[in-house]
Write a protein that binds this ligand. Sequence first.
Ligand SMILES: *Cc1c(COP(=O)(O)O)cnc(C)c1O
Length: 370
Amino acid sequence: MDQWQKDLKESIHDVDSLEKVLGVPADPIRDIVKEYPMRITPYLLKQIKDKGDAIALQVIPTVDEAYPETGCEAEDPLHEEKDSPVPGLVHRYPDRVLLFVTNQCPIYCRFCTRKRFVGSPGTLTPENLDKVVAYISAHTEIRDIIFSGGDPLMVVDKLLERILSALRGIPHLEIIRLGTRVPGTLPSRITQAFCDMVKKYHPLYMNLHFNHPDEITPEVTQACGMLADAGIPLGSQTVLMEGINDDPQVMKSLMQKLLAIRVKPYYIYQADLVRGTKHFRTRVEKGLEIISALRGHTSGMAVPHFVIDAPQGGGKVAILPEGTLLHIDDDEVIVKNYEEKIFKYPQPKPTKSDKIENGLPLMTSQDREG
Ligand SMILES: *Cc1c(COP(=O)(O)O)cnc(C)c1O
């Protein structure tokens, strides 16, 4: 057994152990964890300084997860099951698919979009892998696959390699992406053997999940460094959450720390409408405020896209703060920068092939004078 498997075995998953180590009363949350399992790795437990801190809030079950149906939430708000042509595969966008490798995760995030099934037994079977390979082989428009779950790094190297090599046999499949929270929660999983194995399957990208600057520790820095040294471009995904990271300064610090460990911030997600997670949800304006506080104020490399994954399978929609493009017409464009200063960019004359749409409303002279 590898060290990471031993670490995983020592994780906390019952409420009585949680009460013993962190003083969280067990009885109120006993039924919650029957519905939605808990797991806290020994590494993550060490990072919890207080049972109300930003790391603790992501993994400690609370009674807030149980409440009467609200009507606007669902078990599967993104309709992933409706968009699934073969078991384990979601095909929503024209040229890329999502593959569920396993239902297991290193920790069970209380805000998880897939709260409905994570933690239950289940890993991609050889029969289903064959079906996935057959489906992708028959759909030559698919050029990108994202391994998800659960967390695809929860399976042993041998199985992950079997899946990678089966897919690499498909000529039109250009890139493989692994979506994982492992480097930030079970860094011992990132071994040299793992890096040596995955780098045989380039071009391969990884998108890591981080929500708070306190998650960037020396162990995480080392794990990300090993992955980057294996030539894997690293991106990050962050979920915007009330009381955890709904603060421009906290997000700025997170994005800067990610860049410093060679992880390029990719997405900030508006929290999904998942049953049992409403206490984490912020208003959308908060995300826009965060993007405004990043753009121009720090490295452009540190600014992710802010997206809403539209309910009912509408897919990701990137949304931007209003009012940076103030006006556009045949002659000029007027823009506002991060300091709210206004600039004019003269346009080249339209050619016959340019179809000028009637753009944005004209500015008033008062706006122009700022
Ligand atoms: C997020 C997602 C993708 C990947 O989207 P990108 O914007 O390309 O990162 C693909 N399929 C599904 C179902 C997704 O939810």
